[in-house]
Ligand binder design. Structure first.
Ligand code: RIB
Length: 268
C-alpha cells in the first residue's frame, strides 16, 4: 500500500539501490489481498522483470514457489515466510511489540487494548505475540477482550479503537500495531473527546514522518524501513547476478523504541 509512509520509505530504499545498479522499479499494491497479489505477480512475469521483492499477504510459501517456478529470483521483505526456500529481510516485530508493551507496563498500565491486523499476516501476529509475551513476563493475566483484529487501515483503526473504548472498565492504554491503525485510533479518541495522553495512552509500531504534524508526540517502536529495503534490494541484485550464497538467509533488523509524549507519565 504505497499510501502508507512505511511502504513509501521502503520504495525509496529499493529505488536508491536499484537505480544505482542500473535497474528501474515497478511497484504493485496488493492491499493484503491474495488474488491481487497473484494478479500482480503474473503481470510482472509477463513484463519479464529480472527479480521480485515481495511483501507477502500471508506467510504461505505458495507465491514464492510460484515465482521460483519461473526461475526468477525473489526476496521476501517485511514479513516472515518460515517455510519458503527464499531470503527474507524484515524487522523484529515481536521484540518491538514486546518492548513497547513493556514500556506501558512500566508506566503502570494494566488494561492495554491491542489493535492489530489480520490473522495470518506475520507482522500482525508477531506484534500480538510480543504484546502477549510482555504481559506474561510481567505475570499479568491477559483478557482476550482487549485484543482487536482488523486490517492495517485508518478506518479499521478507528473502528477497533471505538470498540475498545466500549470495554468496561475501559482501557488506560491503546497499542496500535501499525501507523495507519494508530492514526485511525487517534481520530476515534478525538471523536470520543479522549485526549492523548491525559485521558488515555496511545503507542504504535512504525514511526511517522514529521510531515504528519498530528503525530509529533507519538511513542513508537520504529522500524528501519529504509535500511531494511536497501538490504533486501542488495540481496535481490546479488541473486540476480548469481553472486548470492546458495544458502538462503533471514536478516532480522531491530526496531527502535522512541519515547515521546503519547503514553504520558507513570500512572498514579
Ligand atoms: O505500516 C506498515 C507496517 O505494518 C509493515 O510492517 C506492514 O507489514 C504492516 O504490518
Amino acid at each position: 500500500d504505497i499510501t502508507n509512509p512505511f511502504f513509501t520509505t521502503v520504495a525509496r530504499g529499493v529505488e536508491d539501490v536499484a537505480s544505482e545498479a542500473g535497474y528501474t522499479v515497478t511497484y504493485c499494491n496488493t492491499d493484503e489481498d491474495e488474488s491481487k497479489e497473484q494478479k500482480n505477480i503474473d503481470l510482472l512475469l509477463q513484463q519479464q522483470v529480472d527479480g521480485i521483492l515481495l511483501v507477502p499477504t500471508l506467510s504461505k510459501a505458495d507465491a514464492i514457489n510460484y515465482i521460483q517456478g519461473y526461475n526468477l529470483p525473489v526476496v521476501v521483505l517485511d514479513r516472515r515466510m518460515p517455510n519458503a526456500n527464499a531470503d527474507v529481510v524484515r524487522c523484529d516485530s515481536e521484540d518491538g511489540a514486546f518492548q513497547l508493551a513493556s514500556y506501558l507496563l512500566e508506566l503502570g498500565h494494566r488494561r492495554i487494548a491491542i489493535l492489530t491486523g489480520p490473522e495470518g499476516t506475520s507482522t500482525a501476529d508477531d506484534r500480538l505475540a510480543g504484546y502477549r509475551r510482555a504481559m506474561f513476563e510481567a505475570g499479568l493475566e491477559l483478557n482476550e477482550d482487549w485484543i482487536f483484529r482488523g486490517s492495517f487501515t485508518q478506518e479499521s483503526g478507528f473502528e477497533m479503537a471505538t470498540n475498545a473504548m466500549r470495554l468496561t472498565p475501559s482501557p488506560t492504554a491503546i497499542f496500535a500495531a501499525n501507523n495507519f491503525i494508530a492514526i485511525g485510533a487517534m481520530k476515534a479518541l478525538q471523536e470520543l473527546n479522549q485526549s492523548v495522553p491525559e485521558d488515555i495512552a496511545l503507542v504504535g509500531i512504525d514511526d511517522l514522518p514529521e510531515a504528519l504534524v498530528m503525530f509529533p508526540f507519538l511513542t513508537v517502536a520504529a522500524q528501519p524501513a529504509y535500511g531494511m529495503a536497501k538490504e533486501a534490494t542488495r540481496l535481490l541484485l546479488a541473486r540476480i547476478a548469481g553472486e548470492a550464497p546458495a544458502q538462503h538467509q533471514e536478516i532480522v533488523l531491530p526496531t527502535e523504541l522512541i519515547i515521546r509524549q503519547s503514553a504520558g507519565q507513570p500512572l498514579l
